[in-house]
Design a protein around this ligand. Structure first.
Ligand code: PRX
Length: 664
């Protein structure tokens, strides 16, 4: 924790709030129909939290029941230990004995417009085949498999094939660079990478395989690469002995592959996410508890029904793509619409056009997307019949009330409830959210913790905040889908999440989320943003330290400090303050160098991490102990006086006088 949630942030959020009650016709058909029903679930959970989650776990298919529902060795948790389960079995096989066998599991639309439908039966077959491909490449239970793909059904097939045989997947977002892929493969000691030749994005075919080749030149553990062919005309180089075409290998195996009976605590996946140091953390998730919460939240938060067509626009490279494109919906037997490309190609109405053509009923997307739709204008939505929609969702960052109202009015036709869902890569599944048939919503708040989730807003000493007092969002009791550790780094796990608040006799362990928040007089939680050096840019989570270390790896850069400033569209934008080495090439125009540095960051991390502004400075303002005064830089970055001109040399020498021992 470095900064305290500022009280001015609170006052800016204390606006006149409208309350939107669930439409009675929605509530009547919902899984949870009223506040009273929700309250009774809450009471049940409060009286026996472990028992509450055991009841939810019973909805899954277990090969063997667990012996112990919950074990806690502060801060290491085990849920449903002794139980035997398989994620792929719960997503696929359990539906094959019912009419759902022939139901569409995935309806996929490529950016150029192709359509593919995979029923539960055909998805099962293809997953089994691909699981056999992995086995034929010597991938075993317990091995880590990298997945570096775009939004194609094969990405889901790859994930489910891994979980079928007990291999742990490590999905790396296709927009990340070769360097980012290399580091994630090395850190997790992956033995195999699944990728594709390239992806369609904004009308162009963007290659992915060259980044894999580049990354793997510095990875020793990966022995095999499987390449899905998206575009037969693409020229791809294949390394003999290491690289294999997906279609050739699957043609050589059968579709018989029983699901491995795995321990409940068997690692299902590692997913890297940004923290407050330069090195991303491998968030480590296991099977039984994760599946329990992913399945339950999908059912009650999205009020999932068999006749729904559910569209989640998240990429499988993020946790939302894991829990709410793949595992949660498929366990519920949902039909998932999966889309390959960008939301505004070939025109700003692409989403609305898809919703009309497919008759989508549930849309789950990010506030940053909503703000850009809003900017493009409602005329694009109004051209389309969106009347099939019955529920809307958001995730990833606070949604500003203006965007919420726009979403509700123009996309939801003023009739769809909105579920603003708060959660994290670390939490694995939704933690704070309305129940759409039960909870009255207010634009801008994720409302209340789910039953069984002991989230609260507390002061630094762990005591609960008063209503509307800004504090820290914590979780006071472990939950089934929580991360189990940071891969290979228990110390970092303990220090990052479990060391900020004292344990009390009533609470075993306080998990610190890294978010600042306040609770209003109704107990609704308003997220005020991160209080560490993590920022949300367009809903993507980035560590400022990561961007800083990318910048200092450029030969001209001596030192860099990266801070966030508010941005209307992206939520936050990155501003980099950079000091140059004395031997840096000063003949180069500053604008050119600025562009070079931005591209350097894209190369090191990925285009999403490119700083919006680069400001050159003679020195960075520091405390006496040598810490960069980030608060000051944030103020400068957000100040009107400095926006616009991004290339001036800042002179912080005057600020030297302000040096204090202030420990930010
Ligand atoms: O700051 C919170 C914000 O996103 C962070 C988690 O980012 P990530 O691990 O990438 O997962 C995003 C998708 C689950 C949180 O610490 N955040 C997420 N959802 C919300 C949110 N902030 C406000 N409201 C939300 N609904």
């Amino acid at each position: 924790m470095s900064t305290s949630p500022a009280s001015d942030q609170i006052s800016s959020m204390m606006h006149e709030t409208r309350v939107f009650s669930p439409p009675p016709e929605f509530s009547a058909g919902a899984h949870v129909k009223s506040l009273a029903e929700l309250q009774s679930l809450r009471t049940q959970a409060e009286s026996n939290i472990v028992g509450f989650w055991e009841d939810r776990a019973r909805d899954l298919s277990w090969f063997k029941q667990w012996d112990t529902a919950f074990q806690w060795k502060n801060p290491f948790a085990k849920w449903f230990a002794g139980g035997k389960i398989n994620a792929s079995y719960n997503c696929l096989d359990r539906h094959l004995g019912s009419w759902r066998r022939n139901k569409a599991a995935l309806i996929w639309e490529g950016e150029p417009g192709e359509l593919r439908t995979l029923t539960y039966q055909t998805l099962h077959y293809q997953v089994c085949q691909f699981a056999n491909v992995l086995k034929s490449l010597n991938v075993h239970k317990g091995d880590v498999v990298g997945i570096y793909m775009g939004m194609v059904p094969e990405a889901v097939i790859a994930m489910l094939a891994c979980s079928r045989i007990g291999a742990t997947h490590n999905v790396v977002f296709g927009g990340f660079s070769a360097e980012a892929l290399r580091d994630r493969m090395n850190d997790s000691k992956a033995v195999c990478v699944i990728t594709q030749d390239g992806v369609y994005r904004r009308g162009a075919f963007v290659p992915l395989k060259p980044a894999v080749d580049q990354a793997l030149s510095q990875v020793e553990t990966v022995k095999h690469v499987v390449v899905f062919q998206r575009n037969p005309d693409a020229e791809i180089s294949m390394t003999i002995g290491r690289d294999h075409w997906w279609h050739q290998r699957t043609a050589a195996v059968d579709g018989n592959c029983p699901a491995e009976e795995l321990d409940s605590e068997h690692p299902l996946f590692i997913l890297y996410t940004s923290g407050s140091t330069g090195k991303p953390k491998g968030i480590y998730h296991t099977t039984g508890g994760y599946l329990t919460q992913a399945a339950y939240t999908t059912k009650v938060v999205f009020d999932m029904r068999d006749d729904d067509l559910y569209f989640c626009s998240a990429d499988i490279g993020w946790i939302t793509g894991h829990s709410y494109v793949t595992y949660g919906p498929l366990m519920n037997g949902t039909t998932v619409l999966m889309y390959e490309g960008v939301p505004n190609y070939p025109a700003p109405d692409r989403f609305w056009d898809m919703i009309e053509r497919h008759r989508v009923t549930i849309l789950y997307t990010a506030p940053t997307a909503i703000r850009s739709f809003m900017k493009a204008g409602e005329s694009h939505a109004l051209k389309h019949d969106l009347s099939s929609l019955r529920l809307l969702g958001t995730v990833g960052e606070p949604i500003n009330p203006e965007a919420w109202i726009w979403y509700h009015t123009y996309i939801g036709n003023s009739k769809c409830p909105i579920v603003d869902t708060w959660w994290q890569t670390e939490t694995g599944a939704i933690m704070v959210s309305p129940f759409p048939g039960a909870t009255p919503t207010k634009p801008g708040t994720a409302t209340l913790p789910l039953p069984g989730i002991m989230a609260d807003v507390v002061r630094k000493d762990g005591t609960p905040c008063e209503a509307n007092e800004g504090g820290y969002l914590v979780v006071k009791h472990p939950w089934p889908s929580m991360l189990r550790t940071v891969f290979g780094d228990d110390e970092r796990y303990i220090k990052t999440y479990w060391s900020d608040f004292p344990e009390t006799p009533e609470h075993i362990g306080y998990y610190f989320t890294g978010d600042g928040a306040r609770k209003d007089e109704d107990g609704f939680i308003w997220i005020m943003g991160r209080v560490d050096d993590v920022v949300n840019v367009s809903g993507h989570r980035l560590g400022t330290a990561e961007v800083e270390s990318a910048l200092v790896s450029h030969p001209s850069v001596a030192e860099a400090a990266v801070v966030a400033r508010p941005d209307e569209l992206k939520g936050s934008a990155l501003v980099a303050f950079v000091t140059l080495k004395t031997n840096a090439d000063t003949t180069m125009p500053m604008n050119e160098l600025k562009e070079q540095l931005r591209n350097h960051v894209a190369k090191e991390i990925g285009a999403i991490a490119k700083p919006d502004d680069v400001r050159f400075t003679e020195a960075l303002p520091k405390t006496r102990s040598g810490k960069i005064m980030r608060r000051l830089l944030r103020e400068i970055a957000s100040g009107n006086a400095v926006t616009g001109d991004t290339t001036t040399l800042e002179d912080f020498s005057v600020l030297e006088n302000l040096r204090t021992a202030d420990d930010e």
